[in-house]
Write a protein that binds this ligand. Structure first.
Ligand code: NAP
Length: 480
């Protein structure tokens, strides 16, 4: 059992009671990356007990004390950037350059909240009654159960645990079962940073039984989730029975609008960033490209030129820009969306096929693809594709394109390219999305609020908004 990666519960590295394990395979090559112990509800319960026991002392510690641990963790994550990036890339295929960026993003979250923890202020409010005083306190919610996806296996963890720990909450984290190894390495650094036992716990295993324990255990005060809207809704239903707090970062269906007056080179670069980063497997990935009719053919050419140069391959190679899909199921969904679109009249302007020659045969690769003549009844127009395919639709009228862009149950990210200042403001206000990139294909930063409208989620991660999610507001009335 020595080469089995373990869970971290109450300051101890443990294996599952059942002895079950899960092998983690590299989606670029099919090779074994490592083996993780695979637990379930029992382990989740133990971890929740530990987090509950640790809560009182941790939440009452001076803010500067909590800051010290977070700062140490920032330094450790920063210093282990290459190692963590290597594990991410092996586990889920992300190009190394991007994986390094992800790890630095995670480190930045620990740094930011190490600083922000010192600024959790309360308030006094003038009373209407002369012999009373009003005080407002901000206090940690309690034990937080967090669930994260595989597409940003380190940064999604950081974005949850950094603000939760800063606020004074204790945490039980369940990472995605296909990417536990990077989370386990992060937890080794958490141990090295010296967090008191029970403050942060890691449970790897069966999502259904762990999720059930998270929803039903009364010691859990809050569920923080990033993943699909389907699972988010299940967790919300379960959490409602005990009125647990929830933060939900769910699916997206981002429109990317290129107006006639746009800088087309900048727009092509922005689209490449927003569609092909992480092989299109981001909640904020472009999912519908709207291009003004008068510039559609020149924009398609620019995009195809850019894609011809894009190096597709094993994420661990230095020059790889686009890696494999995370698994066969993900690849099949992408290919199905392409096939469905072609059957309904779309034309392939670039790519369109699975890559199978040479080393590609071992992994789950799809050519970066551009589809034109896309219409609203195609699956690719209606669903989140989560892959390297751009479906292009032309438009002529500003009001109509906004209506199309907003005509979805999702509302996470939207992108607009235009040189018209007034239109920039109109678009920023009219698009029903939590994040709007105006002439910006990569609009995320640690200090900015990240989250969605409609079925894309509830709550925000990032910056001071992220900290709010882990704090309760208490009104204290003093008779004087
Ligand atoms: P997913 O299937 O919902 O999985 C996300 C997490 O939920 C994983 O840890 C998964 O565990 C767990 N899970 C699955 N079923 C569960 C259940 N019944 N109870 C409790 N937990 C359960 O999503 P995914 O396919 O991995 O991730 C892609 C989705 O996440 C996309 O829709 C994407 O847009 C969204 N996403 C959103 C954001 C955002 O910030 N808004 C960021 C990234 C991704 P297992 O891995 O063990 O199945």
């Amino acid at each position: 059992m020595s080469d089995v990666s373990k869970m971290y519960i109450n300051g101890e590295w443990v294996t599952s009671e059942s002895g079950e394990t899960k092998q983690i395979m590299n989606p670029a090559t099919g090779e074994l990356v490592g083996t993780a112990s695979f637990g379930g509800g029992q382990e989740a319960k133990k971890a929740i007990d530990a987090a509950h026991d640790a809560f009182g002392k941790w939440s009452r510690a001076a803010a500067r004390e909590r800051s010290k641990y977070l700062y140490k963790l920032y330094e450790l994550v920063r210093d282990h950037r290459d190692e963590l990036a290597g594990i991410i890339s092996a586990e889920m295929g992300k190009p190394l350059r991007e994986a390094k960026g992800e790890v630095l993003g995670a480190a930045d979250n620990f740094l930011w909240y190490a600083e922000e923890v010192k600024r959790v202020y309360g308030e006094t409010i003038p009373s209407s009654i002369p012999n009373k005083r009003i005080m407002v306190l901000r206090q940690a919610i309690g034990v937080v159960a967090a669930i994260t996806p595989w597409n940003f296996p380190v940064n999604m963890v950081a974005r949850k645990i950094a603000p939760a720990l800063a606020a004074g909450c204790t945490v039980v984290l369940k990472p995605a079962e296909s990417t536990p190894l990077s989370a386990i390495r992060l937890f080794e650094l958490i141990e090295q940073a010296g967090f008191p036992k029970g403050v942060v716990n890691l449970v790897v295993g069966d999502p259904v039984s762990i999720g059930k324990e998270f929803m039903e255990n009364e010691k859990v005060q809050k569920i923080g989730f990033t993943g699909s809207t389907r699972v988010g809704k299940l967790l919300m239903e379960g959490a409602a029975k005990q009125v647990k707090r929830v933060s939900m970062e769910l699916g997206g269906h981002a429109p990317f609008i290129v107006f006639e007056d746009a800088d087309l080179d900048a727009a092509a670069d922005g689209l490449f960033e927003s569609k092909f980063r992480n092989t299109g497997q981001m909640c904020i990935s472009t999912n519908r490209l709207y291009v003004h009719e008068n510039v559609a053919s020149s924009f398609t050419e620019k995009l195809a030129e850019r894609l011809k140069k894009a190096k597709v391959g094993d994420g661990r190679n230095k020059d790889t820009e686009i890696g494999p899909l995370v698994n066969e199921q993900a690849l099949n969904k992408v290919l199905d969306h392409i096939e469905d679109a072609k059957n309904k009249g779309a034309k392939v302007a670039h790519g369109g096929n699975r890559l199978t020659d040479g080393d590609y045969a071992k992994g789950f690769y799809c050519e970066p693809t551009v589809l034109v003549d896309v219409t609203t009844e195609m699956k690719i127009y209606q669903e989140e594709t989560f892959g390297p395919v751009v479906p292009m639709i032309t438009f002529t009228d500003e009001a109509a394109v906004v209506e199309h862009a907003n005509n979805t149950r999702f509302g996470l990210a939207a992108y607009v390219y235009t040189r018209d200042n007034a239109r920039c403001f109109r678009m920023a206000e009219l698009l029903e999305y939590g994040i709007v990139g105006i002439n910006d294909g990569s609009p995320t930063q640690t200090q900015a609020p990240f989250g969605g409208f409609k079925e894309s989620g509830i709550g925000r991660e990032g910056g001071k908004y992220g900290l709010e999610e882990y704090l309760e507001t208490k009104f204290v009335s003093f008779g004087v």
